[in-house]
Design a protein around this ligand. Sequence first.
Ligand code: MCA
Ligand code: AMP
Length: 502
Amino acid sequence: MSGDLYSRFAQSFARFADKVFVEDDACNGAQSAARNWTYGDVEREAGRVAARLCKLGVAPGERVLVQTDKSVETLLLYIACVRAGAIYLPLNIDYTESEIEYFASDATPVLAVCRAQTLDLFRRVGGDAMQVCTLGDLFEQLTDEQADPVERQPDDIAAILYTSGTTGKPKGAMLTHANLVSNGNVLIDFWRFTPEDRLIHALPIFHVHGLFVAMHCVLFSGATMIFLPKFESGTVIGHMHNATVMMGVPTFYVRLLADEGFTREAAQTMRLFISGSAPLSADIHRAFEQRSGHRVLERYGMTETGMLTSNPYEGDRRAGFVGPPLPGVDLRIADAETGTVLEQGEVGIVEVKGANIFKGYWQMPEKTAAEFRPDGYFITGDMGFIDTDGSVQLVGREKDLIISGGLNVYPAEVEALLDDRPDVAEAAVIGVPHPDFGEAVVAVVQPVGDFDAAGVRAALRTDLAGFKVPKQIITLDALPRNTMGKIQKKLLREQYAGLFAG
Ligand code: MCA
Ligand code: AMP
């Protein structure tokens, strides 16, 4: 049997052909009507979409850029790309023209699939080199023709997902077929997925969490997913009596707790709640257990690596810990500067190795090399330690990164835009505790002349996705600096820690 991703999908298509794979929620928008999709339906449709991709000239190894709403059609497009041997490249629907322009020029896709409202934008951005069509048009052009699955090698790239960095432009993490197959197989085993499972899917499907962790767990195990357009606590609670598993970012758990409809009875049929992408506070972990009787299982991962650690399925799920490394993952703690491996209990940078670790950054060999140790360990940029029971606790990040509602914001990107403005002398962008998003983006600026914070936020929104725009801009006569002249972000974070409290 081939080790490529579609072959893994095909096992489920064959074994569970008549079983429901996706229960599409009615309100998924224009593309879909509410309906159930069996594994057989999905395989057939993916075959038709793959045939259309071939007609459009998408050859194995070519990139397909996708910025579309969450829908079953988007999911089918993903599966069809894998079937056609193409490289799937999903984008957050919140990305703006300048962001999309960069991804398109960097990844040089042969085809972009977008929403009707951004068709002109994509045509502008792509020029002659990239074909563009809307998801709706793509599906209208389908015929009964099926394309056979294209065999790929385990080391071939299945998807590229962009992640920003502390400096420079976003980097495209190349995820191979072997990366995705190995991680999916480990997870269904570790989290005990069976065909009887029914997963509430309320995450976006342009990130590793929603597309690979949640969706592959369902597809690999022959389970069913209740496919919701987005997280909305009332809707999720409404589906819970008929579900067994939910995966979410900590904000999902905060919002469930804020909803009085979330009770022990509501969660009665659930067997597992999984949290990741950002730290789940020990307080939320405890409050959730008190309310529902469930101990959330927290796990830790990255776009570049897939899932790395997980609290145990059976055994103690420790609040504030992300658990021991998953089977097949080698994890060590090292000194950030020297790379010396540290003893158990010592705090350092988390480094990892395993079949799930990505192939490198798209066309950035130097950046790739810089993030691996000579012995092949990938340097995550997360700081933590390993406890006596082997469980990992993350205590911070070496990288200057804010995680807001499970989405990464690199301060440098926002600071560069602010620093370019004539009404800003200098800016520091920091993350401060936020009751809903975990951390919120805040800008502290030294203004020049008249300064209109609301106007600046609106201007930033034209260049930045909404989640990156500072929730608040604070003005100061001068930014605090240390003796070396460096802005003291730590001091600012302490000073504004209570900004969103209460
Ligand atoms: C939306 N907004 C946000 C966020 N989301 N602001 C900060 N942080 C966010 N995460 C902005 C909107 O642009 C809008 O701005 C305003 O906040 C109101 O949005 P709201 O309606 O509250 O947001 P929402 O639509 O309810 O979304 C919040 C959310 C969503 C449900 C938490 O962001 C979400 O689904 N996050 C999950 C992301 C995820 O899947 N992360 C995994 C990546 P305005 O009003 O100004 O327009 S990490 C990963 O994949 C790794 C591998 C891992 O470990 O999992
Ligand atoms: P991304 O680049 O979007 O894949 O985000 C990966 C980063 O999310 C990791 O490097 C961590 O900093 C963070 N992360 C993921 N899961 C957790 C978790 N359970 N607790 C704390 N941080 C997490």
